[in-house]
Design a protein around this ligand. Structure first.
Ligand code: G4F
Length: 356
């Protein structure tokens, strides 16, 4: 008997996670994939170019801020899975665009849930939840029972979406889950996020120094400007996480899980490791000064060059000081395990930016 192949809608495919999710589905399933994109005046298709012409991938127009467009896509595709990675995901930006953030990260989730309930009630739904929801953390490591203490409009929107997902699951029996994803990075990460900003900055500085060394002139290296270096994050590789998301979607009964590395590192440590990966050895580098005057410097040819300095413009109105996840439940219950360590992740990102 003819078995119709399953259909998966993935939103946010021009971003890091959506792009990796499509790669994962192409490699590990035979399903038809519908990647939704929002029309922009300037195309941002860099992360979808490699699968854009694959016959199993259909790129469709959909705008999360337009409930009609969500409904139309769900009615016409009749998906078996709907994976929502699209979001205003930059925490700092959420103070500048709080309404747009709430519309995209919370109200849009309500529109998706309503359309699934009405037109595709068997569809399994995943919404991208965030460790930012734990915010002002009460204890470490954070587990699935940790209270929601959002510190930004972004995190508040994600908490709103989490409640909606649970309410729709309990009210209508939808298979709807929302993981708590701790920070996840990689070579497709946007350059406004701190990890990519650092690895791109390291590569630029390395090139500038090399150029100056060749010309015998070293004075105009432009330092990398950052905000709060004391914050600690639990960083993983985004490619490891899309597998965890797929496991969550295919468990027997819907349950929300944490995805994390179970390690935490400060921004300062990320900086040190990234410069080290580019050949700036710790014997030549050091931190100097305090507070706004703090700098990371390097001795090059008996001359101290500033690599990193503080710019208060990157401080946030409220900060999440420490994130450290406990992802043991998904490891034990669904057999998920990350493959890329913190060290490997930093090396991979630096190498990519040095080569690029
Ligand atoms: O890289 P970030 O911008 O990521 P943040 O705010 O932790 O959020 C990311 O992870 C969340 C999961 O935990 C996701 F939900 C969210 O969508 C996003 O993917 O900032 C990390 C830390 C912050 O403490 C920030 O204050 O780095 C600090 N930081 C210091 N200087 C900086 C900078 N962050 C950025 N973006 N730029 C700086 O110059």
């Amino acid at each position: 008997k003819f078995m119709q192949t399953k259909k998966v809608i993935v939103t946010g495919v021009t971003g890091q996670d959506g792009s990796h999710m499509i790669d994962y589905l192409l490699e590990n399933t035979e399903y038809e994939i519908y990647g939704t994109i929002r029309r922009l005046s300037v195309k941002n298709h860099e992360n979808i170019l490699h699968f854009k012409n694959n016959e199993r991938v259909h790129i469709v127009d959909m705008d999360l801020n337009d409930a009609h467009s969500i409904r139309d896509v769900i009615i016409s595709v009749k998906p078996d899975y709907f994976i929502n990675f699209a979001a205003q995901s930059f925490v700092a930006g959420s103070w500048k665009y709080p309404t747009q953030t709430f519309d995209t990260d919370a109200n849009a989730v309500l529109h998706i849930l309503e359309s699934i309930r009405r037109f595709a009630p068997e569809c399994r739904f995943y919404n991208a939840g965030s460790s930012e929801e734990f915010g002002d953390v009460q204890y470490s490591p954070q587990d699935e029972k940790h209270p929601l203490c959002p510190q930004s409009p972004y995190a508040a929107a994600k908490c709103g979406a989490r409640h909606l997902v649970r309410v729709y699951r309990e009210s209508y029996g939808l298979f709807a889950v929302q993981g708590w994803l701790f920070n996840h990075e990689g070579t497709k990460r946007g350059k406004e996020f701190v990890t990519r900003k650092i690895t791109k900055g390291v590569a630029r500085i390395k090139r500038e120094i090399n150029a100056h060394m060749e010309s015998g002139y070293q004075s105009s290296v432009r330092p990398l400007e950052l905000g709060n270096l004391d914050a600690k994050r639990d960083w993983s590789d985004s490619e490891d996480f899309v597998e965890g998301v797929w496991l969550m979607l295919n468990q027997d009964a819907p349950k929300d899980y944490i995805l994390s590395s179970n390690e935490t590192h400060s921004i300062r440590e990320f900086i040190e490791l990234a410069f080290d990966a580019a050949g700036f050895h710790d014997t030549d580098t050091e931190w100097r000064g305090e507070g706004l005057e703090e700098e990371y410097v390097c001795n090059i040819g008996n001359k101290w060059v500033t690599l990193v300095k503080i710019n208060p413009k990157f401080f946030r109105p409220a900060e999440v000081d420490l994130l450290l996840g406990d992802s043991n439940p998904i490891r034990e219950e669904l057999g998920w395990s990350p493959k890329v360590s913190f060290d490997k992740l930093v090396h991979k990102m630096v190498k990519f930016d040095l080569d690029g």
